[in-house]
Design a protein around this ligand. Sequence first.
Ligand code: T4K
Length: 405
Amino acid sequence: MKRDLGDLALFGGHASFLQQIHVGRPNRIERARFFDRLSWALDNQWLTNNGPLAREFEERVADLAGVRNCVATCNATVALQLLVHAAELTGEAIMPSLTFAATAHAVRWLGLEPVFCDIDPRTGGIDPAAVAAAVTPRTSGIFGVHLWGRPCDVDALEKLAADTGLRLFFDAAHAIGCTSQGRPLGSFGDAEVFSFHATKVVNAFEGGAIVTDDDDLADRIRSLANFGFNLRTPSPAGGTNAKMSEASAAMGLTSLDAFPEVARHNRDNYEQYRSELARVPGLSVIDIDPDERHNYQYVIVEIDEEITGLPRDLLVELLRAENVVAQRYFSPPCHQIEPYRSRQEVLHLPHTERLSARVVALPTGSMISREDIRRVCNIVRLAATRGSELTARWHQQSEGVVPAG
Ligand code: T4K
């Protein structure tokens, strides 16, 4: 355990971990089950194009989301694009800026303008009042994002969509297995999109899914994802190839089998982080409502530089020196990255900018042990309680006033 600043790898001490630990390491699965499924697919000689494993995966995801339809896709970004295209959105789509670039890029790729809104600082989710204020005659849709798996204000957004006649979708990339007022995320708005990327709590190597109770929308998306074949009303864009392969579905199913155990392990990790960092002034692990179901796939720590004296980016840097690969999810926010930054007049989203500059995602998942968390928290506690001194020493070292070590 590290006791003094000189013990930190940033200042010449040994790294706490011999090998890197990551946010987003794939979770443990029962490999024999995965290989059995893969072998079965090879024997079956049906490797993609709506195969039996992909259909089984769709059924299980639809059940989890509590909806009638699920269309599995090659990833969530393409799933979002399919949704925009199938719903015939045009002009502008309103969304939060505090999200992964994929939410905005998917819309932009199809020629729409993402219009970024501020968040509600209490939840980190898009602020329905800011959405209402951003509606223009060019707006055709709203995209909420269940950031880190925490639900948006779904009731207010559904009411706003009903009042304005706008289509409402949710980027639920982080939210498989989570609920809002006991109802599964995946079942709100016109449709929602999950991600099953390798870094997600349920993974299909690469994968995504659109879940919806709108049967016509689901049919149209299924056809568009398969080159537009059999569309009742042909699309001027034809169609695309967004299908999920049987190999991905084999992984997705095996990952779904492991999901309850992974979520339990993540919850224990989350609670350990919270208790180990509980009494550090200026640090907090973001709240997750204990009355809702949650997958706990991200442990997000908020750091207040004014109290700790430690800038967020220096915390990330010093953790990396210890072989702890923390992530700035999501910083900078979308309105401050290209192609959006230079497309619009200077946009100021104070709550988004504040939260985005303060968050760090710490490693969790089934490969992270109690001992790993104890060591990560030891570093974070030491850094945050001696933040001003550490920052000054880092500046001196960077300027060559004090040698490293
Ligand atoms: N909407 C939202 C809100 C999203 O967060 C995302 C994706 C999407 C939409 C789009 O979903 P997909 O089209 O991807 O299905 C990662 C993921 O690539 C991305 O899927 C995810 N969100 C985002 C939050 O995280 P990066 O740029 O951080 O990935 P990368 O390669 O730097 O990996 C992150 C960490 O994970 C590293 O420390 C290494 C570790 N890792 C990664 C991979 C791929 C592993 O340990 N093993 C692996 O196989 O975006």
